[in-house]
Design a protein around this ligand. Structure first.
Ligand code: ZN
Ligand code: ZN
Length: 126
């Protein structure tokens, strides 16, 4: 990346003659290595203009890696939300158990449980 930017800016924005045809002035520049190119030498791709298939593949490889990193970070975010959902469902199941214990304790009036029910009722304020 550093090499690519260096090559790009060291030619101070002015296009010189084509690297393959010194007599022909360049109209484009390789997006990967920054070499000046005439229309005959340009290798076009949806990503830009390149001096060769090698440079195009290298640039596409780089873009692909960036996309893969993006996808990985997206997946990481998704994992976090799954983790949060797991905690929430865990808390929800605890609440359900507490409510069930409360209901059972109230109906059957089991001494130990009803004691807990009073404590839990005190917490919730029922
Ligand atoms: Zn190139
Ligand atoms: Zn050329």
């Amino acid at each position: 990346m550093t090499f690519h930017l260096k090559g790009f800016y060291m030619l101070d924005g002015r296009l010189s003659s084509c690297i393959n045809h010194p007599a022909v002035s360049a109209t484009a520049r390789c997006k990967q290595c920054g070499k000046p190119l005439c229309p005959a030498c340009v290798v076009s791709s949806p990503l830009g203009t390149f001096c060769s298939e090698v440079c195009r593949e290298r640039f596409e490889g780089f873009t692909k890696r960036v996309q893969e990193i993006d996808q990985r970070s997206t997946r990481a975010k998704w994992n976090v939300s799954v983790y949060v959902r797991k905690i929430l469902s865990f808390l929800l199941s605890i609440i359900v158990v507490l409510v069930l214990v409360g209901v059972v304790g109230t109906i059957f009036n089991i001494p130990v449980i009803s004691q807990w029910v009073y404590i839990i009722r005190g917490w919730i304020g029922v």
